[in-house]
Each structure stands twice: as C-alpha cells, then as structure tokens.
Design a protein around this ligand. Structure first.
Ligand SMILES: Nc1ncnc2c1ncn2[C@@H]1O[C@H](COP(=O)(O)OP(=O)(O)O)[C@@H](O)[C@H]1O
Ligand SMILES: [Mg+2]
Length: 253
C-alpha cells in the first residue's frame, strides 16, 4: 500500500457507461516481498454469480483470493477491487470483512478451544449478523448435532462445514472459498457439494477455488482459469467442460 504508484482516487474503471459490476477486480498486481505473483488480474462478477477460479498448483489462485480479502500478504502494488461500490483496495482485511467479504481459507482456521456453537457466536459478534445459528443448524444438521463439541476435534469435513457456516453467520456479500473439498473423502465432498448447491439457491455471490475442477465446474456458472499469475480464460463453466484442449493444458483433467 505504500507504493506511491498506488492510486487511491481512481474511479471504478468499469463504471463508465452502464452500471458497475457488483464485484470488480481491475488490473491487480500483488507481491510477497519482492516476489511478483499476481500479475495484472481483472474480472467482473455479477451479483449472485458463482465463479470457479481454476488453474494448476502455484498458478496464483490463493494469492488472488488473499489479495481480494486484503490480508497483509500478498501486498497489492497496483490495481483496484470494488465490492458493491466500495473500494476494497483501500481497506484492511477487517474493514473488508465488515463490509461483507468472507474468505474461507484452505486451513479453515477453526478457533481452538471453542465449541461449534461458540465459533458461530463469535462470528456473529465480529460482523453484522447474517443467518441465525438455528438456521445454520438446519443447513448443516451435523453441526447442530455437535454444537457442544470443540470445533477443532471434528473431522475435516465437519470443520469445513463449520468454516462455511461461520462465514454465513455474518451478513456477507461475497464468499471466497479456497479449496473447500481438499483432503476430504469423496462421500464428504458430495455432502459439502450439496450444501454449496443450497447456498447457491440463496444467491450468495461466490468465488470457489478448487483442484477438483469438475466438481467446481458443476457448481459454477462461470470459470476463470489462471496460469503463472495471469488469467488465461474467462468464460462459462460449460465452455470449459466442453473444451478438452483447455482442460488438458491448464487443469490436467
Ligand atoms: N507467502 C508466500 N511468500 C512467497 N511466495 C509465495 C507465498 N505464498 C505463495 N507464494 C508463491 O506464489 C505462487 C502462487 O501461489 P498460490 O497463490 O498459493 O497458488 P495456487 O493457490 O494457485 O496453488 C507460487 O509460486 C507460490 O510459491
Ligand atoms: Mg491455493
């Protein structure tokens, strides 16, 4: 943020003419120290859309999500991020979170020592309240059954459910899911897929990063493929499913 080239006063680039997109990333360049990783990424997302962000290991997907969520690393040296007319690029992660951005990281970050219920209650204190805990237990019955269990002692799949539920406990505008199926048995993947389908029906704008590209493409409306820190494809999920060459080159499926 200290880079003098960083222009705080720019208008949303895509707002000229018609309405700006609900969520817009414009030409972001992000670094870990000297390492230049996110190299000019731009895309728009409409409200309610589900976008799969795909690409090989090391392509820069997690770094892009972290840049959007305004975590301390990577640092954005240039570019803009707009969520519902608010400039996320000018914000710290807690401000972005307060504004309705929820990142569910790969490692899930369930709070040690707290029960399932306490993890959810804490989320509601941190942000503007979203779903009630009762409603979250309806969507995730397993969490309801385990509400007094210490969160980190649950299985990987259950912890993933808790991580997603915790995001929904706040009033969110954009959900970022980093590899929600990672390390989970196929039957659990299927269960979480069903939950994400339910969330999809509620119209929550979502970006899902997944190595399990087929599962993500079935859920998503759109697909963005990254390679070496840049976007190499932006189109419909169906186009990716239909394009063998594209899948072999960038997704190895
Ligand atoms: N904390 C970090 N410091 C330095 N380089 C990093 C850091 N995290 C990731 N990288 C590098 O950034 C590149 C993109 O990583 P990442 O965004 O995690 O990719 P993906 O999520 O697509 O697998 C990789 O080359 C990785 O080594
Ligand atoms: Mg990653």
């Amino acid at each position: 943020m200290s880079d003098p080239k960083f222009q705080k006063t720019l208008k949303p680039v895509k707002s000229q003419g018609s309405d700006p997109a609900f969520f817009s990333v414009w030409d972001i360049h992000a670094y870990y120290g000297e390492s230049y990783i996110v190299q000019g990424v731009s895309f728009d997302i409409h409200e309610g859309e589900i976008v799969a962000l795909l690409g090989r290991n090391g392509a820069g997907k997690t770094s892009t999500l972290r840049a959007i969520a305004r975590t301390d690393d990577p640092q954005i040296h240039k570019g803009e991020i707009w969520l519902d007319h608010e400039p996320l690029h000018d914000m710290k992660s807690f401000e972005a979170s307060r504004l309705g951005l929820a990142l569910v990281p790969e490692d899930r970050r369930i709070i040690p020592g707290l029960t399932v219920q306490e993890n959810l209650e804490l989320a509601q204190i941190e942000g503007k309240k979203g779903w009630s805990i009762e409603r979250l237990y309806e969507l995730f019955p397993r969490l309801g059954e385990r509400k007094n269990q210490i969160g980190v002692t649950m299985s990987g799949g259950e912890q993933q459910m808790l991580a997603v539920a915790r995001a929904l406990a706040k009033d969110i505008k954009l959900l970022l899911l980093d590899e929600p199926y990672e390390g989970l048995a196929p039957v659990i993947v299927h269960e979480i897929e069903k939950t994400l389908e339910d969330i999809k029906k509620l119209g929550i704008t979502t970006i899902i990063v997944e190595q399990n590209a087929i599962a993500a493409l079935h859920l998503a409306d759109r697909a963005i493929i990254m390679d070496s820190g840049q976007i190499v494809f932006d189109g419909t999920a169906q186009e990716v499913l239909d394009n063998d060459e594209l899948r072999q080159e960038y997704l190895a499926i």
